[in-house]
Design a protein around this ligand. Sequence first.
Ligand code: AMP
Length: 112
Amino acid sequence: MIDNNCIFCKIIKGEIPSAKVYEDGEFVVFKDVEPKAEVHLLAVPKDHFPHLSDLDGERAEVLSHMLAKIPQIAAENGCVGGYRLVINQGEDAGQTVRHLHIHILGGEPLAW
Ligand code: AMP
C-alpha cells in the first residue's frame, strides 16, 4: 500500500529526493536528513503501514528480510565497530513519521 500524503512513500516513489544507499523489491535505505550519529540511515519497507503493532504475517516476513540485510548495509556504510537499531512506536517514543522505519545508528561510539 502507498499513502500519497506520507513523506516516506514520496521518497520511495522518487517524488522527494533522498540519499539512497540501498534498494530492493521490499525496502529502501536512505540517509536521515537530520543525522543523530556519524552514520544515521533509515530502513523503510515499501509497503506503507504506520506502526510495529500493525505487523501481520506478510509484513513480518518483510521485516525479517530487512533485518537479515541490515548487517551488510550497515558495514558498507561505515558502521565499523557496531551499530544500534531503533524503531520508535507512537507518541511517547517521539515517532514523527507514521510509516514504519528502522533507524540504523553508528559510525562512532554511541551514548545510550
Ligand atoms: P521517527 O522520529 O522515528 O519518526 O523518525 C523520523 C526520522 O525521519 C527523523 O530522524 C527525521 O530526521 C527523518 N526524516 C524526516 N524527513 C526526512 C527526509 N525527507 N529524508 C530523510 N530523513 C527524513
